[in-house]
Design a protein around this ligand. Structure first.
Ligand SMILES: Cc1cc2nc3c(=O)[nH]c(=O)nc-3n(C[C@H](O)[C@H](O)[C@H](O)COP(=O)(O)OP(=O)(O)OC[C@H]3O[C@@H](n4cnc5c(N)ncnc54)[C@H](O)[C@@H]3O)c2cc1C
Length: 376
């Protein structure tokens, strides 16, 4: 979403605002405080959310000389969001690791698999399809060398996630493509945190933790920034649910605003509201959460209020091999058991699940099969 910063500068309506606007003209990313007791900031690019997506966007914008402000509702201890907890399994097509294992992959095979899984069939699938095409080019092209050059490396055994039902045009990966990063999720984050911190030291990036966005600022139909609440600091460990106690207000104006606020997995009410009953039946009565509470989906509604459009909300993905963590970090903390080769998996009555409802093959088919037993 683009917005001319000058439109903000000329919008001053009272003498106090003009003074702030003048200050900002001289120092584009400098904080102008005391605007009615609240902080007002201006930058070229505003990034909402300091997860992996936000860090990548900020690092790339700063490399191009842009001033970037990253706002994050959690504390510094949770920098990196969900990716910290992840296995760091990356999708590459026709990689050296695959070739070493004798796996023959190609962009056309990957495209066939992707289209078979996505099953694009709605008018709103136009951009998802374009995105998929671009991502396939990226994953079979510069993605690996771009990350390799930033220091990332991968375990030389490629995993086979989501094999699907074994049909050529159906759902799933025809070959193993899941490249586990040495050092897992934290090692995926490391180069981007390093780049953002370097840009911060140069004065190009400002990181604002405990800043929760409550609204996007819209002028003449264009998003020009965001406003929200500065939350009280919280000493909880990474991933723990933090307080939502008001400390102050803030507002940020930016030429471009990027929302990278993660999904909805930590908010089961939001999951249940969007649940595709027609395809999956009723949602299970009991679910565990594989993600921290900050994955709350709140920004989706905020973005919609500003004119954004949520699409395909019923196309969701759930892992079925979740167990309650005996030592939870977040509420209802679930951890996933990765199946070993030839795992034996049966329902609560001891009956073996039929293909493709097996761990690692077709997770939504498995979910449907489990729910159908009435013993979720
Ligand atoms: C256990 C686990 C294992 C995984 N394994 C893999 C894997 O192997 N391979 C893979 O590809 N993916 C994996 N994933 C998924 C992947 O990690 C995530 O999809 C990815 O990290 C999401 O990044 P993100 O930046 O989009 O969102 P997030 O990491 O959720 O970051 C969004 C940030 O925005 C902040 N935010 C939200 N709303 C606001 C607001 N209103 N104001 C201010 N800040 C806000 C949040 O606090 C959060 O820090 C895994 C995830 C988990 C949890």
């Amino acid at each position: 979403m683009r917005c001319e910063r000058s439109s903000f500068r000329h919008s001053a309506k009272n003498p106090g605002d003009e003074k702030v606007a003048l200050l900002l003209r001289r120092a584009p990313r400098r904080l102008a405080t005391n605007l009615g007791g609240n902080a007002l900031i201006e930058c070229d690019v505003l990034v909402i959310g300091a997860g992996l997506a936000g860090l990548v966007a900020a690092a790339e914008a700063a490399d191009r000389g842009r001033t970037v402000c990253i706002v994050e509702q959690e504390g510094e201890q949770s920098l990196g969001g969900q990716a910290f907890w992840s296995l760091g399994g990356l999708f590459f097509v026709d990689s050296p690791e695959q070739r070493l294992m004798g796996i023959r992959d190609s962009i056309s095979l990957a495209r066939q698999d992707w289209m078979g899984s996505a099953a694009f069939d709605r008018p709103e699938d136009y951009w998802p399809r374009r995105w998929a095409e671009a991502y396939l080019e990226f994953a079979s092209g510069e993605k690996r060398s771009w990350l390799h050059q930033q220091g990332m490396r991968w375990f030389p055994v490629v995993g086979w996630a989501e094999r699907g039902g074994g049909l050529a045009h159906g759902h799933g990966n025809s070959v193993p493509r899941f490249h586990v990063t040495w050092g897992t999720g934290p090692a995926v984050l490391a180069p981007f945190i390093r780049r953002v911190r370097e840009a911060e030291a140069k004065g190009l990036v400002t990181l604002l933790f405990r800043h929760q966005v409550d609204d996007l600022v819209v002028q003449d139909g264009v998003v020009c920034g965001a406003r929200g609440t500065v939350l009280q600091s919280d000493t909880g460990v990474r991933g723990q649910e933090t307080n939502r106690i008001f400390a102050a207000l803030f507002e940020i104006r930016a030429g471009a605003t990027i929302v990278t606020s993660g999904g909805i997995g930590g908010n089961h009410d939001a999951v249940r509201r969007r649940w595709p009953v027609d395809r999956l039946g009723q949602p299970p009565a009991d679910m565990v959460a594989g993600v921290p509470a900050h994955v709350d989906g709140r920004m989706i509604e905020i973005t919609e209020r500003a004119g954004g459009r949520e699409i395909n909300s019923d196309r969701m993905w759930h892992y079925t091999e979740g167990l309650k963590n005996w030592d939870p970090i977040w509420r209802n903390h679930g951890i996933r058991i990765l199946p070993g080769p030839s795992a034996f998996w049966c329902d609560a009555w001891g009956n073996r699940f039929a293909a493709p409802a097996m761990p690692g093959f077709d997770t939504l088919a498995t979910l449907k099969a489990i729910c159908a037993t009435g013993q979720d």
